[in-house]
Write a protein that binds this ligand. Structure first.
Ligand code: SF4
Length: 214
């Protein structure tokens, strides 16, 4: 019985992943054939044509449409001039001993949460990262660090606010949406994050289930 339930959940997850891939590919196709569309129009057209009504997927489509809009400028920025913003809600709140200062939390890579993998991979790519405590903290860091491009991991609401702000500043930005939002114990798919580190080479969406830590 347990096995049957977990198989059903896996099927649901895969259906969501499959639709995210279709949305992303469809957005790219439409953006190529109709380059004058704004992000909201692009997302609306893609979700309508695909028959997407689920709120999370509609939100995903809008964020991805905004990503598509700034992708060309973003990929021109070398990795070492990009800044990665990681939300602290991905930490293991009980075990994390990361010290904090004006530049945010400094991950000790203890391995209790996904941030150890994210920061390790970012450093290998030469991408400077900050683990931030919220939207206003992120904005402070952007003002101080003055990055040429930003990659942010965020929930839908934070991503929309950040994209509006970085759009005002004229900084090309890419967002990776959290799979599970909230104030603590949030989740992101590691493969989505790692794929975003390689933007400029290929555009991909993960087909794997979220990694588990703990
Ligand atoms: S790996 Fe996660 S829990 Fe460990 S120090 Fe880094 S942020 Fe904190």
């Amino acid at each position: 019985m347990l096995r049957e339930e977990s198989t059903a959940n896996d099927d649901l997850d895969l259906a969501g992943v499959d639709m995210r891939i279709r949305i992303k590919e469809h957005l790219m196709r439409i953006a190529t054939s109709k380059p004058s569309l704004e992000a909201a129009e692009l997302a609306k057209l893609a979700t309508t044509e695909l028959g997407v009504e689920d709120e999370d997927l509609v939100n995903f489509a809008l964020i991805e449409a905004m990503n598509v809009m700034s992708l060309r400028r973003y990929v021109r920025v070398p990795a070492d001039e990009r800044v990665l913003l990681i939300p602290h809600c991905l930490r293991d709140p009980e075990r994390c001993k990361a010290p904090i200062d004006d530049e945010g939390y400094h991950c000790l890579k203890c391995g209790a949460c996904i941030i150890a993998e994210i920061t390790r991979n970012a450093e290998e790519k030469g991408i400077k990262w900050y683990m931030v405590g919220g939207g206003s903290h992120a904005m402070r860091i952007i003002k101080n660090a003055r990055p040429k491009a930003i990659l942010g991991i965020a929930c839908y609401d934070e991503a929309m606010m950040a994209l509006a702000k970085t759009g005002e500043y004229g900084i090309p930005t890419q967002a990776v949406m959290l799979r599970k939002a909230g104030c603590v114990n949030t989740e992101v798919d590691l493969d989505d994050v790692l794929a975003s580190f390689n933007l400029g080479n290929v555009v991909t969406v993960s087909t794997s289930s979220p990694h588990t830590y703990g």
